[in-house]
Design a binder for this molecule. Structure first.
Ligand code: BES
Ligand code: ZN
Ligand code: ZN
Length: 454
């Protein structure tokens, strides 16, 4: 699908706040609501309030509605707004709405619309270019997450990262299970040791000349989370291919940042492993030593993401000097989904200003984040009688926060760190807004916008 200037076979109209009245039709102009009149070659979509989320949803809805027909081009006049971010969202929505995961279907999805024709005297080249880079990378992230666990093993994820690095001129280091074991990353190593597909620590770096700032992005890459010996019940295990969402997201972000030529040094660290069962599996009652020397009592092997991330955080702080920020992204806890619902991610950390900046950016990109505040009482719940810390809290309450607090024990530069728990919105088994069933690519847009103004 391409953007071009000119006329198209069918005309699309954005109806803002019910501005146009349709007496004959039951069309109220709700966000993303579509009125399609194919015989008149017109399609209308509602927006109640102009913001990035609604613009992306509106243009995505146009494409979804046109899929059943054979129109190859659609013409639209972009809304009369100056804000570049909103215009990017407007164009991005078309490409996000066209996404369908049909890799495993014998009959492939139809993509009838080949051209989005812009009917305007204004120039949009720079904006459509950025919208294309963003949407392509979101769809790249979605593809990785949606692909089945037997296909995307830790080694395969490493191969994908290497391919990206080669194409986009990034540095890429890949460390295997022997490296993890020999260098004392026992927490990470242990999570992956039952699987026939061994773990990988993947470190990509993008180093533009004369960059003044440096950021580290860490992603949980559980290519499968069966729960391990603390096995998940059958209903909860389904969708756990999506436990690699954090890793896929940071890979998409560093790829996009290099394509957008952002002026920031970026490090992406992907902790890839499979949490499986077997006689070689790590066990509840094991005590594991992380790279920073802290010992961890394992009481539940399903709280594995924090073990992988603990060692990834240690790796980052030992190997990357003088960074300005360190963010981690993880489908870390069911508790975060229970608390905030499926459409909102939790963000945690000690630097309130940093969190405020992220929240402000997310308002511009139309993604939902909520700040979850730590407190000293919750920290105490991670005490262990036999080791330095326990991998689960002693209380059933506040699980997203106690997981975040666990991670904080492996961070030295606490003021530079923010933790993103994306367990809810990363993967939803129904369409929502501009997102398809399955992987969403959540957090990508907010982080890219954050990096642009960083
Ligand atoms: N990968 C899961 C968290 C998750 C749950 C992601 C639902 C997406 C949707 C994580 O590894 C996990 O199993 N966490 C446990 C922690 C518990 C054992 C303390 C959980 O949330 O139940
Ligand atoms: Zn788990
Ligand atoms: Zn997990």
């Amino acid at each position: 699908m391409k953007f071009k200037i000119g006329k198209g076979e069918i005309k699309a109209y954005i109806v803002i706040n019910g501005a146009k009245k349709f007496e004959k039709y039951a069309f109220e102009g709700k966000d993303g609501e579509v009125l399609f009149l194919p015989e008149r070659k017109k399609i209308y979509v509602g927006i109640e309030k102009i913001n990035a989320e609604n613009l992306k949803t509106a243009t995505a809805s146009i494409i979804k509605a046109l899929k059943k027909y054979k129109f190859e081009s659609v013409e639209i006049t972009p809304p009369n707004i100056k804000d570049k971010d909103l215009l990017i969202a407007f164009f991005e929505g078309f490409l996000l709405g066209d996404y369908e995961f049909d890799k495993y279907k014998s009959k492939k999805a139809k993509h009838p619309v080949k051209e989005i024709c812009i009917n305007s005297k204004r120039k949009f080249d720079e904006i459509t270019k950025e919208a294309e880079i963003r949407a392509e990378n979101i769809n790249f992230i979605r593809d990785i997450i949606n692909s089945m666990p037997d296909e995307i093993t830790p080694a395969k994820l490493a191969a994908i990262a290497e391919e990206v690095a080669l194409k986009n001129n990034l540095e890429c280091k890949i460390y295997d299970e022997n490296y993890l074991y020999e260098n004392g990353y026992y927490a990470f190593y242990s999570v992956g040791k039952a699987s026939k597909n061994p773990p990988r620590l993947i470190h990509l770096s993008y180093k533009p000349e004369n960059s003044k700032r440096k950021i580290v992005l860490i992603g949980k890459g559980l290519c499968y989370d069966s729960g391990g010996l603390s096995l998940k019940p059958a209903d909860y295990m389904v969708t756990m291919k999506s436990d690699k969402s954090g890793a896929a997201t940071v890979l998409g972000i560093i790829k996009a940042a290099s394509e957008l030529k952002l002026d920031i040094e970026i490090h992406a660290i992907l902790g890839a492993a499979e949490n499986m069962i077997g006689s070689n599996a790590y066990k509840p009652d094991d005590v594991l030593k992380a790279k920073n020397g802290k010992t961890i009592e394992v009481r539940n092997t399903d709280a594995e993401g924090r073990l992988v991330l603990a060692d990834c955080l240690c790796y980052a702080e030992e190997n990357i000097k003088d960074f300005d920020k360190i963010f981690d992204f993880a489908t870390l806890t069911g508790a975060c989904v229970v608390g905030l619902g499926e459409y909102t991610a939790g963000i945690m950390g000690f630097n309130k200003n940093q969190i405020e900046e992220i929240l402000k950016t997310s308002e511009k990109t139309g993604e939902h984040f909520a700040y979850l505040p730590f407190n000293k009482y919750l920290s105490k719940l991670l005490k262990s009688n036999i080791a330095d810390i326990c991998n689960i809290a002693s209380s059933r309450y506040g699980g997203a926060l106690t997981a975040g607090l666990f991670l904080s024990e492996f961070v030295q530069n606490k003021e530079k760190w923010t933790h993103f728990d994306i367990a809810g919105p990363a993967y939803v088994e129904k369409e929502w807004g501009y997102n398809p069933h399955g992987a969403s690519g959540f957090a990508f847009d907010t982080v890219i916008s954050y990096l642009k103004s960083f």
